[in-house]
Design a protein around this ligand. Sequence first.
Ligand SMILES: NC(=O)c1ccc[n+]([C@@H]2O[C@H](COP(=O)([O-])OP(=O)(O)OC[C@H]3O[C@@H](n4cnc5c(N)ncnc54)[C@H](OP(=O)(O)O)[C@@H]3O)[C@@H](O)[C@H]2O)c1
Length: 341
Amino acid sequence: MTNRQWVLASHPKAAADESTWRLTQAPRPKPGPGQILIRTQWLSVDPYMRGRISPSANYTKGVQIGEVMQGGGVGEVVETNHPAWKVGDIAESMDVGWQEWSVLTPDLPGASRVNKVDTAVAPAQASLSWLGMTGLTAYVGLLDIGRPRPGDTVVVSAASGAVGQIVGQIAKLAGCRVVGIAGSDDKLAWCRNIGFDATINYKTEGDMAAAVAAQCPSGVNVFFDNTGGSIHDAVLKNLAVAARVVICGRIALANNFDQEDTGLRASSRLIVTRATIQGLVVFDWWHRREEALARLAAWHRSGAIQIREDVVEGFERIPHAFIRMMAGQNFGKQLVRLEGG
Ligand SMILES: NC(=O)c1ccc[n+]([C@@H]2O[C@H](COP(=O)([O-])OP(=O)(O)OC[C@H]3O[C@@H](n4cnc5c(N)ncnc54)[C@H](OP(=O)(O)O)[C@@H]3O)[C@@H](O)[C@H]2O)c1
């Protein structure tokens, strides 16, 4: 039996395209001692993958040409050499990769750990979004780094996306006024539907700094930055005293991954406001996963948070799913459903 795999064909200099990966086949793998074999049912495509396909150094090792593309996924256990896992269990891991069958080692530490998915709590694919890495990012980024207080104004960019939609809803639960920034009126209408107080379309707004000022008359207390670039600059001009800036992502600059950041130097505004800026790598926060996911599940159960997914069908279309997400064509968490998912 064969295992279809997407391997990296080249390191893209700008945006990835269909030629960035190549479809290959390998024999179906066998699990070794202490390992399990899963049949992949769902894969997540995420902006961090743009860094993984760059030859530049990042916070972790990237994908080499000819290697299977890295990525989180979920699947059904079909063979097991591990006492805690049985055939039919559903496993989620960041180490699945873009392939139909994957051997996993459940006892690896940290983000490589394999998590058992309880489909009575939520559908299996939720473990790749709000009940997994994405949810943890929003939870610790907002609550631990952003530290929102009731009455604060919280601004979040890529607001309708996988992380942004959760950030905005947790900020509402924390008693904040929430302003979402995104790239289409449909996305922003949905954000207002799920409770955001105000929204800004960065693609149609001529003067972003003025738009942020208009929507945040007392300044921005917490900025959850998913994009970097000109949105970042516009919000930094509007920080309130003692603001907290969470640097979560820089998707606006992601296709120039190997270039230096350029743009506004906000040192004057940072001095005046005594603001703090902190970067986030979710893998540093894996010890908070159980707490975060338990609270997210409770909020979801009670209807306090709603989730929007965007599903692309078929193993063949994984690169397409990544490319469309990077181009902002996803509306909600971008997932790929494989056969059996
Ligand atoms: N630091 C961490 O540990 C960590 C963990 C997870 C995610 N992240 C980061 O969080 C951010 C959001 O990730 P996600 O998984 O939730 O993705 P997402 O928001 O669901 O999808 C990406 C979105 O980015 C927006 N975008 C694309 N190009 C843009 C541009 N040039 N300028 C402004 N916005 C642009 C698009 O929405 P619009 O239509 O609104 O443009 C697109 O839908 C990413 O930057 C990601 O790298 C960081």
